[in-house]
Design a protein around this ligand. Structure first.
Ligand code: ATP
Length: 227
């Protein structure tokens, strides 16, 4: 495929609040190519999470457009509920907390996201185990989340996000709850996934220790992309 995986153009999100209009995101344009790992930095309240919500088709922008693989999928007034299929097949999300389902094993957590996308149970489980093995978690596949360390849980969450082979992965402070060693492991995992699977990956982070892993870093300030 040529052209960027993700292209956002003039993305803007305003919220009405009792103290007036909040310009959470203000005319942001950004493209991410296949295989590219982009770091998004910026102070608290600068619009990073809002950007991921819009780029991830979880919320419609006030203005601007989101294009995925050359197709315009979201713009002002889009019914984001109607984009569930696009999200399911094209976007993997990783959040600050792994949010695994507590009564399912690591492999069942990963397989579930495949089953939701209509992969038959046995195939889903086999694929989940392969993915966990690729993330050095084969020995944890049958463990419940409570039996995993925070770093292991987060790697299972990454496996879950990867399960459908989405061309775009969006991560919102995925290492914030981890110590520096485990945080680094998760970031190196994103680096590896971008390189080996050609995924376009955007990671919002406050952690300056992983800056060497990014292909590109962008900074947000007051809802705008400043570099
Ligand atoms: N639903 C909402 N209603 C009103 N204001 C909102 C809403 N969501 C976000 N905001 C405001 O938009 C601005 C950007 O918020 P956002 O969460 O995107 O920042 P952030 O850079 O991700 O911050 P942090 O690093 O603390 O997570 C903030 O001023 C926030 O208060």
């Amino acid at each position: 495929m040529s052209g960027p995986v993700l292209s956002v153009r003039g993305l803007t999100r305003h919220y009405a609040s009792p103290s007036g209009l909040v310009r959470a995101l203000d005319d942001v344009s950004l493209e991410i190519a296949a295989g590219e790992l982009v770091g998004i930095f910026g102070p608290s309240g600068s619009g990073k999470s809002t950007f991921l919500m819009m780029a991830g088709l979880l919320e419609a922008p006030t203005a601007g457009e989101v294009w995925l693989a050359g197709q315009r999928v979201s713009h002002a007034g889009t019914d984001v509920d109607g984009l569930r299929e696009v999200r399911r097949h094209q976007i993997g999300f990783v959040f600050q907390r792994a949010n695994l389902i507590p009564f399912l094993s690591a492999s069942e957590n990963v397989a579930l996201s495949l089953e939701i996308a209509d992969v038959a149970g046995a195939d889903a489980m086999a694929h989940a185990r392969r993915l966990l093995a690729a993330l050095d978690l084969a020995h944890r596949a049958d463990n419940l989340p409570t039996r995993l360390s925070g770093g292991e849980q987060q790697r299972v969450a990454v496996a879950r996000a990867l399960a459908n082979g989405p061309p775009l992965i969006l991560a919102d402070e995925p290492t914030a709850a981890l110590d520096s060693v485990r945080g680094r492991q998760v970031m190196e995992l994103f680096r590896r996934i971008a390189a080996t699977q050609g995924a376009a990956i955007a990671v919002v982070t406050h952690d300056p220790r992983s800056t060497d892993l990014f292909d590109r870093i962008v900074h947000f300030e007051d809802g705008r992309m400043v570099a």
